[in-house]
Ligand binder design. Sequence first.
Ligand code: GCU
Length: 348
Amino acid sequence: LFSQFAIILSLLSVLVMVVLPVQVQAEQKQRIIRIAHNQSSNHPTHIGMEAFEKYIEQELGDKYDVQIYPSELLGTQTNMVQLTQTGAIEITVASNSILETFNQQFQIFNLPYLFETPEIYHAVMNDPEIVGPIFNGTEESGFITKAWLDAGTRNFYVTKGPIEKPSDLSGLKIRVQQSPTNVRMMELLGGSATPMGFGDVYTAIQSGVIDGAENNELALTENGHGDIVKNYSYTLHQMIPDEVIVNSRFLDELPAEDKKIFDKGFQIMQDTQHQAWQEKVEEAREKAEKDMGVKFNYPDTAPFREAVMPLHKEVLEANPSLEKIYKQIEEKAKTVKAEDKEAQADAK
Ligand code: GCU
């Protein structure tokens, strides 16, 4: 009996010594890549992340396991950016707004009425000569930007709405993103800026802590803000991209051949998100209007623009290194408009 026991014991120990480590090794062979964002799993951003996951795992599934954490599961955007700086999260989607508190250069894209049209906005963001220095120049902050995602235009919705002119905002508490530029913008518009994380906005409006907010149409549907606020005014005051930021050490350590595949993956992520954005915004507008009873208003944007334009000068004076990119954006706008005119003339 004793010898049988000894045999079983030694077999067991062989199992523990040989089989288990092999299993552990197999599990360890796949590097986990965590992607964090603050949108629902129906949002264009999530759809973009899924396309990335699919591509990376199809090409390099033996080496990498991509895991997506939506809905602020890993914290608010500010928390997620901090975790990406340390490498606890490899990839985060962060609004350009809050990134200015990590690296001042991002301030440029937070300027209200920086882009006249979505076409100019896209042309600028897609031009590596313009955005490259900002996207790649933040290594000392622990991350770099590998893709930009469309977040449409930002517009006001308040319980005591609709907002038709800047003075309608006076005395109202409006949620803004946690960014000095956005706080200053609200000041110039005459409202009272209440900075808070995205996930807290619904309850804050519902409980009357704030009078309203400003965001794109998906906030009405995906975040349910249209349940509480029944008007939405197209002030079009900002087009703020979401940036896909990646821990720089993680990128540095990628083997060259994997890096190529990741770069393609980021492009697929961006293209997929941009396309899904177009479709989902249309859906959201319809849903908000028909199912939620939200009324869309189209105020004259000129007085809003006039009120906030001093911010351009303020920011450029405080941070003169942004002048170059500001000029590049102006040039790009001219080119896009000239091309537009030509295309229109050709069509006639
Ligand atoms: C948009 C944007 C998010 C951002 C949110 C906000 O939804 O895509 O990145 O967090 O606005 O207002 O905080």
